[in-house]
Design a binder for this molecule. Sequence first.
Ligand code: DX5
Ligand code: ZN
Length: 223
Amino acid sequence: MKHLIAPSILSADFANLQADIEMVNESQADWFHVDVMDGVFVPNISFGFPVITAIKHHAKKPLDVHLMMVDPDRYLEQFKKAGADILTVHIEACTHLHRTVSAIKGLGMKAGVALNPHTSVDLLEDIIEDIDLVCLMSVNPGFGGQKFIENTYHKIKKLRAMALAHNTDLLIEIDGGVGKSNALALLKAGADVLVAGNAVFADENPTEMIAELKKIRLDTFEV
Ligand code: DX5
Ligand code: ZN
C-alpha cells in the first residue's frame, strides 16, 4: 500500500484556516489530522467542536481526529456529528478501551488507539484485531514542532510484526517530529501514515512539502 500523508491542522494559520484547508484539499495529502487537546491529559488546549465542524465544512478529505483528552467516551457521538471519519483515543486515557473502540465503530467511524512514547506496543496484544489504526506518538503529546524520539523505530518494527500476525489491515501512524529527514526511515520500519504539522505548515511551500513526503517510494528501499 502506498503510504498516507496527514498534515496536522494544529500548525495551520487559525486566522486563515479556510486557506490552509483549501491548500490541503488541492495537495497530495490523504487526510486532515485534527488534534483535540483538553488541558488535562496534555498541558495544552487546542480547539473543540465548532472548529472541527468548520473544518469539515470545507474539507474534501477524511478527518483523522486525535483525541488527547481524558474520558473521551463522553463525547464520541459529538465527534461523529462534527465530522470525524477516524477517531483515535489514547490508551492511557481509557479504562475500558474495548468498550470505547466498540462504541467508535458502532457510530460508523474507524477506530484508532494512540500510544505515548513510554507506552509499550505489547499492551495492544488483546485489542489489535479490533482496531483500524495505531497512532504511535513520536513526541510527548501537547505541542507541534517538537523533536522526534528515536525509540519510535523500535516500536514501529515490533508493532508491524504484531500486525502481520494478527491484523494485516492495521494502519500504523506516526505522529510528532516527522519530516523529510526521517520519513523514508519511518516507512522502511513499517509505518503507513505520516502526520506532519510543522514540517508542512512552516515550510515556505506547504503543497510542495506534502508532495515530497508523498512521493517517497517504497521501491527506493535497499532491503
Ligand atoms: C502533538 C500532536 C501532533 C502535532 C504534530 O501532540 O498530536 O499531531 O500536531 O506536529 P509536528 O509534526 O510539528 O511535530
Ligand atoms: Zn496528533
